[in-house]
Design a protein around this ligand. Structure first.
Ligand code: PLP
Ligand code: COI
Length: 339
């Protein structure tokens, strides 16, 4: 086991021992290669560098009380990466390569899978890029797939205490028929200005509204939004948000708990009526939101008045994390033990 302060890990990059790589050349994927280098050697004219032909995934490996290492719904990450690749005309990897690569990335870096009970996990970052050269705007003919692993703590330093969010209206992360619903780097580039605006105002992350009407809630930085009222879990339906695997899982758990689940456009004016609101994602897990500040309207919405997450968010969080770490039964077969 690596000698790290596991309980204090930020959500950041920390060097591990190995990463894995695979190349698509001459119309086929090659064998998976293991590397201990942190750098990649790329053609100066690679489409990833010029025209944003790249897609990534984010997932975690969790160590349970029993010492076993678990992956959570990796097939959903594979499917989303396939959709992302097709969405920007890249060659997708096969399911077998994806599985082999993520498994090797965990097992080769096993000493970096954080111990149970530290709140940390081993974050896996599958990455697919156009590596072949083009100067005209065209898809590459060669691709490179890699997975690196790095141990991480909570995305928001607050952990499971309420975060503060700012509504950003003067920049858009994605357009309805653009690439918002796939996980490509360009979306994150266009989210940086909004994130900076929120940070400059003293807020942890931006809330993006739909780019057409500026009326409906889209996403929160790199996480989906949800609200709870009248025993109902409500999350936005929009063509420009990334379908979160965490959110998909929470919707199921909320239903299992007897809550009603609604996926529909959520008007920002509805915020006043929510009993609890939060952000969810692999990195964010479930982050309760204590305050939403609409900068341009100078309006504040407050939740968690006692400084603590609400009861339903807490219940869903505990259930989700218990399944991920193997503390509770996994009725939907979401978890796969890899060692
Ligand atoms: N929304 C965006 C923009 C993201 O980057 C992420 C992170 O992957 C999510 C939502 C949450 O998705 P997931 O739960 O699949 O990690
Ligand atoms: C994730 O939740 O896995 C993400 O990818 C968030 C982010 C750091 C881009």
């Amino acid at each position: 086991m690596a000698n790290l302060e596991w309980g204090k890990l930020p959500f950041g990059y920390l060097k591990t021992d190995y990463n894995v790589r695979c190349y698509y050349r001459d119309g086929k994927w090659g064998e998976l290669e293991i590397s201990s280098s942190e750098t990649v050697n790329l053609h100066i004219s690679a489409t990833a560098l010029h025209y944003g032909q790249q897609a990534f995934e984010g997932m975690k490996a969790y160590r349970g009380k029993d010492g076993k290492i678990r992956l959570f719904r990796w097939e959903e990450n594979f499917k989303r990466m396939e959709r992302s690749a097709n969405g920007i005309l890249m060659q997708p990897v096969t399911k077998d390569i994806f599985k082999d690569a993520i498994t090797k990335a965990v097992l080769l870096n096993e000493r970096f899978v954080p111990p149970y009970g530290t709140g940390a996990a081993l974050y896996l970052r599958p990455l697919l890029i156009g590596s072949g050269p083009q100067v005209g705007v065209k898809p590459a003919e060669e691709y490179m797939f890699m997975v690196f692993a790095t141990p991480v703590g909570p995305y928001f330093k607050e952990g499971f205490t309420p975060i503060k969010i700012a509504v950003v209206r003067d920049s858009d992360r994605a357009a309805p028929l653009g690439t918002g619903s796939i996980k490509v780097g360009g979306n994150y580039a266009s989210s940086l200005v909004g994130a900076k605006k929120a940070h400059d105002e003293g807020y942890g992350a931006p809330m993006y509204l739909d780019s057409v009407h500026k009326k409906y809630i889209d996403e929160i930085g790199a996480a989906n939004f949800f609200g709870v009222k009248n025993n109902t879990y409500i999350t936005p339906k929009s063509p420009s948000i990334l379908p979160s695997i965490t959110n998909m899982s929470i919707m199921q758990l909320a239903e299992d708990m007897g809550m009603t689940v609604e996926k529909r456009p959520v008007d920002i004016d509805e915020l006043d009526s929510f009993e609890e609101v939060g952000a969810c994602g692999t990195a964010a897990i479930i982050s309760p939101i204590g305050e939403i500040y609409d900068i341009d309207k100078d309006k504040k919405y407050n939740f968690c008045k006692d400084g603590k997450a609400g009861p339903l968010s807490t219940k869903i969080y505990n259930k989700l994390v218990a399944i991920q770490y193997g503390d509770e039964a996994d009725p939907h077969n979401w978890v796969e033990i890899i060692k």
